[in-house]
Design a protein around this ligand. Structure first.
Ligand code: IDP
Length: 136
């Protein structure tokens, strides 16, 4: 069984689509094993997105992701990392297929509703960052 970190970003929470996103995850057969509504501090946000620290959009991304409450979840299932990435769709919502979360609910690359870990290695790092007390 594999685990991945999923975030419903502040734009998704603001638009009242928490239930919609959770419903898609559950319908697919993935299991939510931890869930929390929280507002990220700047340090956690910078650590989460550290691979993008040198990118021009980094300051704006940190401001966006700390700009309101988000939902953090640990999602478990068969090939959960890949399965959730497929549900989420491409990073740029305009390129994300219809039927994906981003393809159905977003237009802008920054405000793209959800985050999902991009590998099992990232998932382990991100789950530790968001849920340090979760028993493995
Ligand atoms: P991912 O979220 O699909 O894994 P990444 O390339 O890891 O995509 O980017 C992380 C997040 O940074 C994206 O989900 C999006 O919110 C934001 N982002 C990525 N590229 C851009 C950009 O060119 N401009 C603004 N924000 C971006």
């Amino acid at each position: 069984m594999e685990r991945t970190l999923v975030l419903i970003k502040p734009d998704g929470v603001r638009r009242n689509i928490i239930g919609e996103v959770i419903s898609r995850i559950e319908r697919r057969g993935l299991k939510i094993v931890a869930l929390e509504l929280r507002t990220l501090d700047e340090e956690t946000a910078k650590t989460h997105y550290e691979e993008h620290a040198e990118r021009p959009f980094f300051p704006s991304l940190v401001e966006f992701i700390t700009g309101g409450p988000l939902v953090a979840m640990v999602v478990e299932g068969e090939r959960a990392v890949e399965a959730f990435r497929a549900l989420a769709g491409a990073t740029d919502p305009v390129s994300a297929g219809p039927g994906t979360i981003r393809g159905d609910f977003a237009l802008e690359v920054q405000s793209n509703v959800v985050h999902g870990s991009d590998s099992t290695y990232s998932a382990e790092r991100e789950i530790k960052l968001f849920f340090p007390d979760l028993v493995h």
